[in-house]
Ligand binder design. Structure first.
Ligand SMILES: Nc1nc2c(ncn2[C@@H]2O[C@H](COP(=O)(O)OP(=O)(O)OP(=O)(O)O)[C@@H](O)[C@H]2O)c(=O)[nH]1
Ligand SMILES: [Mg+2]
Length: 486
């Protein structure tokens, strides 16, 4: 049975959908969700996409642009008054002028792009593309909407007691052992528990472990809610039964529910549930760097998130009352860390990682595809002589401070690296011991080592702004919006 609050929520979603639908009749619009966990590459992707469309990038596979049917793509004032505009110009300048990647995103933002194009039959048309960017941490919270405090508590503690997480959670566990859920409310003990739990989540996110499943997301990125009760709770070891009045347990339940009401539901309602199309960016290579556990964790996190999508091709009636995502592209980002011979293999790994979600989306009638891409290609390829062999290698400028073979790079020198081949046998990939990563071995023993490269140095040709190099970004665009530009 749906609870009253769920019904109210449904009604609000429908009212919103009706508004969006009415606007869409006069002004064809796609709301594109660029989804992905923290550091997956969302902000870089949006910047590259907007740059490519407005400036006319080299996009041979994006048919409407390549064939000259797109007359112009321009930025327009974004439609939601309460949402900041995506800082496109700033991100672009950082990438191109400073050769730095943009900072991690701390708040939601939005950008509207208007595309003037000619249909195949010659008619002049306009398509509006609204793109939403947000911190990846927020995404991790969506699965909490379907969970009670007790369920979340049990899951979080089971996770904290498995694999490499055990050690990272030790200080939190020690404090947890001193807490009695049935005892009275205790603000001080709760503050300490929340702080230690946050420390543990932060440690899991470190490059060496690269864990993905780390809710509640706002613990890692509290913004203006830092220190508020809604962000001050932690899992408890709970007995059977229900929480006695005024107990520590009851206090945690209340705060967990407040977190959902204040933080998670508004994000879902105002942004996530309104999307028409999704590109889900996945940084599989960082997980490879860290080891099989990280890959496994990524798989679980993606499955949980994809459960929250509203997927399927709607009839006119059902789209009226329930917006649905009818196209989803899963994209493995940062493919420029691999030689192109491995790109198809990276797609295979991704297909395996999100396999269940793909099957379910297809069943619901959505079009689904998988691609390995680099929104901004930071490397070039070369064959490098090693003894008698010529190895397919990657040339790029590692970021300052990146380490390889005990050497720290200065951020200026270009080097050739051999990143390692992705395995062909995917069956054993997700099992412990399948390959070695940074979470269990020293850097020189790990099977894969993907360095962080600086954005590419672009050759300017007169006053004209140079296009950003990319890998398969045009294929992504063709799938995401190509059908609406016919
Ligand atoms: N080589 C390469 N690195 C990339 C690319 N895209 C992203 N990166 C790297 O990944 C990091 C994260 O990219 P962002 O676009 O900031 O990721 P995000 O998903 O917006 O992350 P949050 O804002 O923290 O949620 C960057 O700082 C780069 O180091 C790419 O196309 N090529
Ligand atoms: Mg970002």
């Amino acid at each position: 049975m749906a609870s009253l609050s769920e019904l109210v929520e449904e009604a609000r979603l429908s009212a919103r959908a009706l508004l969006d639908y009415g606007e869409g009749l006069f002004n064809p619009t796609i709301r594109l969700g660029v989804t992905g966990l923290s550091r997956a590459g969302k902000t870089v992707f949006i910047t590259a996409l907007v740059h490519g469309l407005t400036r006319g990038g080299r996009f041979p596979v994006f048919e409407s642009l390549a064939s000259g049917r797109i007359a112009k793509a321009r930025l327009a004032p974004q439609p939601d008054d309460a949402v900041p505009r995506f800082a496109y110009e700033e991100h672009l300048r950082t990438l191109v002028e400073e050769r730095r990647w943009p900072n991690s995103t701390v708040d939601i933002s939005e950008l509207r792009l208007v595309i003037d194009y000619q249909r195949h039959n010659g008619a002049e048309r306009t398509l509006t593309l609204d793109i939403v960017d947000y911190p990846g941490e927020w995404l991790l919270d969506l699965p909490l909407l379907n969970k009670t405090y007790e369920e979340w508590s049990a899951e979080s503690l089971a996770l904290a007691r498995a694999g490499p997480r055990t050690e990272l959670a030790a200080p939190f566990q020690a404090h947890l052992a001193t807490l009695d859920p049935l005892a009275g409310e205790n603000e001080q003990a709760t503050l300490i528990a929340a702080r230690l739990f946050t420390d543990y989540l932060r440690a899991c996110r470190d490059d060496r472990f690269a864990m993905s499943l780390l809710p509640p997301g706002r613990f890692l990125m509290p913004g203006n809610l830092a220190g508020s009760p809604a962000l001050t709770f932690a899992p408890l070891d709970l007995p059977e039964g229900s929480a006695p009045d005024r107990s520590l347990w009851a206090m945690m339940v209340r705060r967990f529910e407040a977190y959902k009401d204040i933080v998670v539901r508004p994000f879902f309602r105002d942004h996530f549930s309104r999307l028409d199309r999704q590109i889900v960016l996945v940084d599989a290579l960082s997980a490879f760097n860290a080891g099989p556990e990280a890959l496994h964790d990524l798989e679980a996190a993606m499955a949980g998130i994809l459960d929250c999508f509203r997927i399927g091709r709607g009839t006119i009636l059902s789209t009226l009352f329930r917006p649905r995502v009818d196209r989803i592209l899963f994209a493995a980002t940062k493919a420029d860390h691999l030689h192109h011979l491995s790109h198809d293999r990276l797609e295979d790994v991704l297909r395996r990682t999100v396999g269940q979600a793909v099957a379910r989306s297809e069943l619901a009638g959505a079009a689904v595809d998988v691609v390995a891409l680099a929104a901004v290609r930071a490397t070039r390829e070369a064959l490098v002589q090693r003894g008698r062999d010529k190895l397919p290698s990657i040339l790029g400028t590692p970021a300052k401070g990146e380490l390889a073979n005990g050497e720290a790079f200065d951020g200026e020198t270009e080097v050739a690296t051999f990143p390692g081949d992705l395995p062909t046998d995917l069956d054993g990939l997700f099992e412990g011991g399948a390959f070695r990563g940074l979470s269990t071995d020293a850097a020189d023993k790990a099977d894969f080592r993907f360095l962080r490269f600086r954005p590419p140095l672009l050759e300017r040709n007169g006053a004209e702004e140079p296009p950003l190099p990319h890998i398969r970004l045009d294929r992504a665009l063709q799938f995401l919006i190509g059908d609406r530009l016919q």
